[in-house]
Ligand binder design. Sequence first.
Ligand SMILES: [Fe+2]
Length: 194
Amino acid sequence: MKSDTIALCRADLFRVNVGTQQQITDLISEILQVKTNNPDGNARSNNECWRYTNPCKDIDWLMQYLLSLLDEAIYFYDTHDKIFNNRLKKKSVQIEYWANVNEPGSRNTIHAHKLSQFSAVYYLQASGTGMLKFSNPANTMSDCNASSPFTADVAINPVEGDLILWPSWMPHEVETNFSNRQRINLAFDIKVKE
Ligand SMILES: [Fe+2]
């Protein structure tokens, strides 16, 4: 017997490691300088997490990698979701980004980025600073049998240079930074318009 399969839901993430050590070091310096000049940052959503929109003068090289990763994701989802495919026939891309500096001991509680189609993060100072954990929305409502497919949380252990992209509706959190270093990254919200 051969049955038809129809994708009901996919939430694959895309991960690549990019940037030279010099590019990463330069971005960290730039972000920490902005933090020194603007210690309050933007309105905070998590304790001990400094946040600031558009902190960098020139990240064209990183945006090129991000757009490539986005193309890969759109191609992937095009093949699995006909409605998504039809919506994005004439696409333009709008990207908002901000820096996060999480002090040791801090964490980012579970949330989703409801207004975008895709979200991404670029890790500048990462190793040992907390896992990036994704949860099936059914799990967050305790609304599933734990033995059902794709109900396990997926935790990513990021390293410096990791650029990770996922569908924005996917609930995620960043676990406690148990290291003695700041967790430093750039976060992106991506709107793909018709
Ligand atoms: Fe997030």
